[in-house]
Design a protein around this ligand. Structure first.
Ligand SMILES: *[C@@H]1O[C@H](CO)[C@@H](O)[C@H](O)[C@H]1NC(C)=O
Ligand SMILES: *[C@@H]1O[C@H](CO)[C@@H](O)[C@H](O)[C@H]1NC(C)=O
Ligand SMILES: *[C@@H]1O[C@H](CO)[C@@H](O)[C@H](O)[C@H]1NC(C)=O
Ligand SMILES: [Zn+2]
Length: 451
């Protein structure tokens, strides 16, 4: 009898112990599930998108800032961005900036999810003291905009996979990558006349076209206010990196070469070559007609000419160099492929951001007062060959007198022009090593009346 009771207690004890372990396990599991440190590969809706960014900020408050672009979508949704920098919210001299924008076509979702994962990854690796990521963030200011078209995403996710084109446009039916003002026509005209500006051409148009969409306007403000050096615009539907110009010259269909063709081809190639498959000749999306890419890259206009795209606006309207990343054959890719796609793109994403540190950068000062000179014009002549070749695309110094000029290896004659100062030239040899930052070249300008 006592033995029986004892056995019952004994087994009861063991059962309770197991129950306790199971309960503890469940508890642990549920805390893990809401732990901001874990990232879930899934299609994040617009509310979840914001939550991911807010959680990343909670994990890394000192090096991040979550903000919204200056305007909202047609249906009044916020356009979220997250920034990584040592001093978030502030442009620091000699720290170049990078912008990446995803999901401007609402049904092309890969950029949205990859940028969310990238934000999480940068923060996590910074906390884990990954030296390379810490170094990148310490010398770069990075802006990630996972979705420029949250309304389109809502439409696309409701429509389902069979309606591929649903949600591409914004809620007013406009394709945002055709909605930017046409600066190419101004540039091409100036080229022919051989005078007029070759940069910051937004200043040449009095007002934006009346059909400019709120999302486009918000992106334009970001581009102009940030003065980023490098940018990417992420799409889906092909596996290729396209580079400017996107808009063909009126008398010349096909390849539209920009003055910085060599730089753009390097930028595009860095992405394609660091992607797991993009540059392989065997990697195609089986579309017709077959895309004539070369090692995973293609000139935008050679592929097909578009007017009002975002990459040409960066280059012609600001100091930024932008390429378009086409990262998936399908547009609304399957949820179960998201992790695989992140792994294919992760290294390319990181290596591409390092390209913000190509070429030269520096400060432009008034020699006498030692005050910085904003809005100076930096002109570059390529003297690597016997015949000097002017690169017909100037850049300008930022508000703090700092400038950034992406260049590939070579020898250059760099001249700085500013109102009321004598021009100042320097011969510079570029031998890129992005991890060390761009080569520093400062200029001290002499005031005309001082001479
Ligand atoms: C943020 O900075 C503060 C002050 O320097 C420091 O005490 C804190 O540990 C930092 N937090 C993180 C998450 O790095
Ligand atoms: C300068 O010229 C050299 C030699 O032709 C070339 O390899 C390099 O790409 C040029 N640089 C730029 C920025 O176009
Ligand atoms: C560099 O450019 C300036 C301005 O055009 C010119 O005066 C100077 O002779 C050039 N120097 C060299 C070595 O080409
Ligand atoms: Zn697209």
């Amino acid at each position: 009898m006592y033995l029986l009771l004892y056995l019952i207690y004994f087994y009861y004890g063991i059962i309770m112990m197991y129950m306790a372990i199971i309960l503890l396990g469940l508890q642990l599991y549920s805390t893990l599930a809401v732990n901001p440190q874990t990232f879930e590969f899934k299609h994040h809706n617009n509310k979840e998108l914001k939550n991911v960014l807010v959680n990343v900020h909670k994990m890394c408050p000192n090096i991040t800032r979550v903000y919204t672009l200056s305007g909202k979508s047609v249906r009044n949704q916020d356009l979220y961005a997250i920034e990584f920098a040592m001093t978030p919210g502030i442009h620091t001299k000699m720290i170049p900036e990078y912008i990446s924008i995803g999901n401007m076509h609402g049904n092309e979702v890969i950029g949205r999810e990859i940028l969310l994962k990238l934000a999480h990854y940068l923060c996590e690796q910074f906390l884990h003291k990954n030296k390379i990521i810490q170094r990148l963030i310490s010398i770069t200011r990075i802006h990630l905009v996972p979705s420029l078209n949250p309304d389109g995403w809502d439409d696309a996710s409701k429509a389902g996979k069979d309606k591929e084109l649903k949600g591409r446009n914004n809620a007013n039916g406009f394709d945002l990558n055709r909605n930017f003002p046409d600066l190419n026509s101004i540039m091409y005209k100036n080229e022919k006349l051989k005078h007029g500006k070759n940069h910051h051409l937004l200043e040449e148009i009095k007002c934006l076209p009346s059909n400019t969409q709120p999302e486009t306007f918000a992106a334009l403000n970001l581009i102009v206010d940030t003065q980023a050096v490098l940018a990417s615009n992420i799409h889906g539907g092909e596996l290729v990196v396209s580079y400017p110009y996107d808009q063909a010259r009126p008398d010349n269909i096909g390849y539209a070469e920009s003055p910085d063709d060599d730089v753009f081809r390097r930028l595009a190639s860095v992405y394609a070559n660091n992607h797991k498959d993009m540059s392989k000749p065997t990697t195609t999306c089986n579309k017709k007609p077959k895309l004539e890419k070369q090692n995973g890259i293609i000139n935008g206009a050679k592929w097909y000419s578009i007017q009002g795209g975002m990459q040409d606006i960066h280059y012609l309207g600001s100091n930024g160099f932008c390429v378009t990343l086409e990262l998936s054959c399908d547009k609304f890719i399957k949820e179960e492929d998201l992790k695989y796609e992140w792994n294919r793109n992760k290294n390319a994403m990181i290596q591409f951001m390092w390209q913000t540190h190509l070429g030269i950068k520096g400060m432009i000062y008034d020699k006498r007062s030692k005050k910085p000179v904003p809005d100076a014009i930096i002109q570059v002549v390529n003297i690597s060959n016997k015949i000097p070749k002017i690169i017909d695309h100037d850049i300008t110094s930022d508000c703090l007198g700092d400038y950034y000029r992406l260049l590939v290896n070579g020898e250059y004659n760099v001249t700085v022009y500013a109102d009321n100062f004598y021009p100042c030239s320097k011969i510079v040899k570029v031998n890129n090593n992005p991890r060390n930052g761009a080569k520093c070249v400062d200029f001290y300008l002499i005031y005309e009346k001082d001479k």
